[in-house]
Design a protein around this ligand. Structure first.
Ligand code: SF4
Length: 312
């Protein structure tokens, strides 16, 4: 008898789209916002050149214009998205740089402005685990009682050797402490992972995903390493080209990652998300839609689904 493959909506994994439709009854879109932050890894506190892969926009290349107010950025984002489709609710995504690296009064002002907007249903705040002091945690907890607050942590890898190479600037123990603090306060935690970092084997990457599969996190972004112009990674790549994923290798790895993750963890992203104009390599990844189609095709061919290997 043919085995019944679990599906969530039309996919054999729990996508962000599916999860949001379950919660809100509609498709929900994100509006990327620039809250005018910097980052301790860029302002000289930890380093002055940032993580090795970080773009000039602080990995927030699709965010709004920091010269405009939060409300204006939200309104502009709504206008742009509504030109293409009718949308009811949006998530305000503080994406560029480290969005808790500022005095708490400033954070209170900008986050309150965003969360008070009637079309905003949740806040997503991208930050570093070493930038979550007590007063900021209290603020996030307070806001989480108004509307859901997601905290997105850029872990990228569990391997200290790679973390040093990418100049992440904090050890794994720091991530673990922050995760404990956030979860104690019932904040939703989404973790960013980069697949394809130089020097990491397939087993290293799967070890990172497996580690996260066993942690109390609510979402994960799996991102293919992109070599972007104007980054130190690009300089390294030009000087000593390191191997990058070929399409089929990446699809294979992504399927294995999906199998390792339990369905309680929502999968927010399965590929890279850098600006096309700055992408040096791998160029095959520039068409996000075709990459996702190929991943879905691969999952279908393998007859596999999210969590298949988690319980083994
Ligand atoms: S922590 Fe984020 S913003 Fe800061 S340098 Fe690294 S990637 Fe860029």
């Amino acid at each position: 008898m043919k085995q019944q493959i679990p599906h969530w909506g039309d996919k054999p994994y729990v996508s962000l789209d599916y999860s949001l439709k379950q919660q809100y009854g509609h498709k929900v879109y994100r509006i990327a916002i620039d809250g005018g932050m910097t980052c301790p890894n860029r302002d000289g506190s930890l380093h002055d050149r940032g993580c090795i892969f970080c773009s000039a926009g602080g990995s927030g290349d699709f965010a709004g214009n920091r010269a405009t107010s939060i409300t204006e950025q939200i309104e502009n984002g709504i206008q742009d998205l509504e030109k293409k489709r009718p949308v009811k609710y949006f998530i305000a995504y503080f994406q560029a740089f480290t969005n808790t690296y500022a005095p708490v009064e400033y954070l209170r002002r900008i986050f309150t402005e965003a969360i008070s907007h009637p079309r905003i249903c949740a806040l997503a705040i991208g930050t570093r685990p070493d930038c979550l002091p007590e007063d900021v945690l209290c603020l996030l907890t307070e806001l989480n009682h108004v509307k859901p607050v997601w905290v997105e942590l850029g872990l990228q890898t569990i391997h200290e050797r790679t973390a040093r190479y990418i100049r992440r600037g904090y050890p794994l123990s720091c991530f673990e402490t922050a995760l404990g603090q956030l979860r104690k306060r019932n904040l939703t935690v989404i973790v960013h992972v980069i697949l394809g970092l130089p020097g990491e084997s397939t087993d290293d990457m799967l070890a990172t995903v497996s580690y996260l599969a066993h942690r109390d996190i609510q979402g994960i972004k799996l991102q293919l390493l992109h070599v972007l112009r104007h980054t130190d990674l690009a300089l390294d790549y030009e000087a000593h080209p390191f191997p990058l994923f070929k399409q089929e290798e990446y699809y294979d790895l992504i399927c294995q990652c999906i199998e390792l993750l339990p369905p309680r963890i929502v999968i927010h992203r399965l590929t890279g998300d850098g600006p096309k104009k700055d992408l040096i390599a791998p160029l095959w990844s520039s068409n996000k839609r075709s990459v996702l189609n190929a991943i879905h095709q691969e999952l279908k061919q393998r007859n596999t689904w999210q969590g298949r290997r988690f319980y083994e």
